[in-house]
Design a protein around this ligand. Structure first.
Ligand code: SF4
Ligand code: SF4
Length: 299
């Protein structure tokens, strides 16, 4: 792993805090970066960066059972063994059996015990990942299929490709839009990062969610910084959040004010820092601070 590449992962305790908007702006300011959209359950960085697709790849994870009706004698063994209720009567007069792909957990029990060996067990197509060009660097992004699981593995795939591209192209930064929350995809997003930047809002739930993500960063021993978005809607809560963060050894990356023009920029498919607005100036200051923190971590 090339330790000269600095990887910033932007996360939040929940969706809707402005995380993606901040990531896109920081990617523009970083300049020569590889950008990774790891919010694979709700990827929307592409809405701001207008990517031009360069290549796409299928994403397979796990397996699923598929009954070959021509070889099935309808003995019903598979249906009686499936603990997930994924095998149902099917066909003319319900005389045969079929697997409900959405309910199949890929355990393989039916495949193992079918007396006719009439069940195939192919890899499951769960989504796709892409590499695209954007006006501020190459973007690695992904789409998880409907009802598909294992977004953690897809996140790892996106990050691995982003690092490979950064190393191959001598890019100094990888800018990651991480998933919200504290689940498996977030864990897959933050491991080994240079710095996690938590974007939060000054509300009671924002404070609570921040605690949870900071605990996660601490658990995995990843340096963290906090940025309060829309700080001026509750200055007292902002100060409280920053105080608590500092007491816990978390760096303060800065504040971004509430600014109507952020939404207008999004509607024009622009990042905030591509506009001359007060919020853009705030984000520029956040980037300077984040850059300083990452440089100190690498020193
Ligand atoms: S166990 Fe095999 S042969 Fe029996 S119903 Fe299932 S698929 Fe058909
Ligand atoms: S692989 Fe497992 S979950 Fe899927 S249909 Fe067979 S027994 Fe059920």
């Amino acid at each position: 792993m090339d330790r000269c590449i600095k990887e910033l992962v932007v996360i939040s305790g929940k969706g809707g805090t402005g995380k993606t908007s901040v990531t896109a702006s920081l990617a523009v300011l970083a300049g020569n970066a590889v950008i990774a959209d790891c919010d694979v359950d709700a990827a929307d960085l592409h809405l701001l960066l207008a990517p031009a697709l360069q290549r796409r790849h299928d994403f397979y994870s796990g397996r699923e059972a598929v009954i070959r009706s021509a070889d099935c004698t309808a003995c019903g063994v598979c249906a009686s063994l499936c603990r997930y209720g994924a095998i149902k009567s099917a066909g003319e007069d319900n005389a045969g059996f079929a697997v409900d792909a959405a309910a199949c957990e890929g355990c393989g029990v039916c495949v193992r015990f079918c007396p006719e060996q009439a069940i195939d067990f192919p890899e499951r197509l769960c989504g796709e990942w892409m590499v695209s060009g954007t006006r501020c660097g190459v973007l690695v992004h992904a789409r998880l299929g409907a009802a598909a699981e294992n977004s953690g593995k897809l996140v790892s795939t996106v990050r691995r490709e982003a690092r490979r591209l950064a190393e191959a192209g001598n890019h100094p930064y990888i800018m990651v839009d991480g998933p919200p929350g504290i689940g498996c995809p977030v864990i897959a997003s933050v491991g080994g990062a240079t710095l996690v930047l938590v974007v939060t809002e000054p509300t009671v739930s924002g404070e609570h969610d921040l605690d949870r993500v900071l605990s996660l960063a601490r658990h995995f021993n990843i340096p963290a910084a906090v940025c309060v978005n829309k700080w001026d809607i509750n200055p007292e809560m902002t100060a409280k959040i920053e105080d608590e963060a500092e007491k816990n050894g978390v760096r303060i990356a800065g504040r971004i004010r509430y600014d109507d023009s952020v939404t207008r920029a999004q509607m024009r498919e622009q990042t905030v820092v591509e506009t001359k607005t007060p919020a853009a100036a705030d984000i520029r200051r956040v980037w300077e601070k984040v850059r300083e923190i990452m440089s100190a971590l690498h020193a």
